[in-house]
Design a protein around this ligand. Sequence first.
Ligand code: NAP
Length: 254
Amino acid sequence: MILILGGTTEASALAGLLAARPGWRVLLSLAGRTGSPLPQPVPVRVGGFGGGPGLAAFLKNAGIDTVVDATHPFATGISQNAIAACRQAGVPLLLVCRPAWRPGPEDRWTEVPDAVQAALALGGERRTVFLTVGRLELPAFLAAPQHRYVVRTIDPPDRLPPDAELILARGPFAEADEHRLMQSGGIEVLVAKNAGGAATAGKLAAARMLGLPVVLIRRPAGPKLARDQPMVETPAAALAWLIERHAGAQPRGV
Ligand code: NAP
């Protein structure tokens, strides 16, 4: 059985590709961060494993013969655990990681290492900020209450900065809609993580069109940047890797 570590569009897309092919047993694992996860095309388990040793035990007990780490580029802990657990259990591991966004000549990006530096990079003067860093990164912006924020998250955050308007929405977001939102909201600066991928790239294109600056949080150092394991960028490439790997030897549990 294949275990997909998910929580991303790539993980769900790969699950869909595998579900459409007879003979593959697949389990998708979610951390359980989102209150209303989307329906998935394969069986799902939810919640942490209890670190690397917990994941190693899970692999053994559940009869997992391949792990695909398709977690978010900013999720480092689970990827580290997957490397350790797969090594311990002797199970092959594939990383699926979409490429980072790169600035073009018309982009006005300030790249920063984390959310604390992103809040500092907004400066002391009051600005209207489109904040798209996710619910869990919001506390860093409580330290910069001089700004007016338009905050977009999937689930409601525990706390917002004092002058904030909340938009609850889940991507993908079209460029035209992002353009409209940023223009009508009087946005002066966009703050985002360098997540990569097409689903949320529209805000960067809209910022470029509007000539707006962007504060972009760089990808964290860790196993996904080290790339010292088999890695592909797309669900289709992951499927090809799995088919090649299992050619002649059907995956266990079929
Ligand atoms: P993280 O720091 O790497 O993981 C923290 C802990 O959460 C892990 O040690 C593990 O707990 C559990 N976990 C994470 N992903 C899991 C999965 N797919 N299945 C089961 N347990 C998982 O990750 P994070 O940054 O908090 O992100 C959590 C999840 O949200 C990830 O699955 C990621 O794909 C998704 N996500 C993250 C972001 C982001 O910006 N960080 C954005 C979109 C989606 P145990 O040690 O107990 O096993």
